[in-house]
Design a binder for this molecule. Sequence first.
Ligand SMILES: NC(=O)c1ccc[n+]([C@@H]2O[C@H](COP(=O)([O-])OP(=O)(O)OC[C@H]3O[C@@H](n4cnc5c(N)ncnc54)[C@H](OP(=O)(O)O)[C@@H]3O)[C@@H](O)[C@H]2O)c1
Length: 342
Amino acid sequence: MKNVAVFGAYGHTGRFVVAELRERGYVPLLLGRDQDKLLALAGPGLEARQASADDPASLDRALTGAAAVINCAGPFATTAAPLIEAALRAGIPYVDVAAEIEANVDTFAHFAERARAAGTVVVPAMAFYGGLGDLLVTTAMGDWTAADEAHIAYGLSSWHPTPGTLAAGVVSGQRRGGRRVRFTGGRLEYHDDALPTLEWHFPAPLGSQSVIGEFTMADVVTVPSHLAVPEVRTYMTAKAAADLSAPDASAPAAVDERGRSAQTFVIDVLVRSGGTERRVTAAGQDIYAISAPLAVEAVDRILTGRTRTTGVASAGAVFDAPDFLRALSSHLSLNVPLDANG
Ligand SMILES: NC(=O)c1ccc[n+]([C@@H]2O[C@H](COP(=O)([O-])OP(=O)(O)OC[C@H]3O[C@@H](n4cnc5c(N)ncnc54)[C@H](OP(=O)(O)O)[C@@H]3O)[C@@H](O)[C@H]2O)c1
């Protein structure tokens, strides 16, 4: 049985990841900065190791004997670089669930060469935002290596954010100097334009929904990291966007035995090249919960050699995207037209 370290193990997403690792036969090593919170989670049979992002020696000790590390401690602007450094020192793969655009850009910019030289894999944004969208776009592209546009519409029934999500939003907002960001003309563009509200026609039963356009998520980093698509746009149901920015936003509440909330999602992906469109749709329950099978499936594929590259790579670049999505069939319902993935 292999040990997989989880940094931020007692956070909302970290707990889903720990449970998923156990279900998949891995031994999670519980890592985090707060010893009391770690011990409260550990219970019998699970090892807890206190470590701080600003103390490299503590990270080295915490990663001893780990086959891989999953970083669930956000904001990642603070934790990603020290954890990747520690993973490189330990010679083990690193996966994180960062939804912060600038932090993900930094991971590619600062670690691509060293991770490649080390022959290891660093996979940022291996979660609902950034990872799943990239797998869906890559699947929709099929045999295309380039497209004119990729559109990723998030049909969330609601969005009760965790403290970590809100903190990450604050950090990203500060890094942008309060400006907005979009991906156009093959690059990130910072701007002050108001965000458009438009209608997106999701497949039935969701149907037509009011969405916020240019509600820019981490997919604008992951998709163009390996696919030649100059326009990558993400959309969010207006209701969920309003939930996120509400002053009294409340955390997700568990409604089932897995700890999932009642939130449902549909991700509708459309890629366009010339006059041709390809579309892939996925649906499921709870954007935090689904991030666990995404991150753990990634680790499982890395540890069993089912990867296509080394270095810093997004989900769509490092894995066989349609095969990865099929492996999540107990968590996701997929609608992949035959012509999209051959
Ligand atoms: N890409 C995606 O789709 C996706 C999906 C899920 C989560 N996420 C991201 O993952 C992060 C965590 O989300 P969550 O839902 O688990 O939030 P959460 O329940 O609030 O947990 C946050 C965790 O991060 C830890 N943490 C924060 N700053 C830290 C630091 N400097 N050093 C060590 N640990 C630190 C917290 O520990 P303390 O309690 O000690 O502060 C806690 O364990 C957020 O940034 C969120 O945006 C992204």
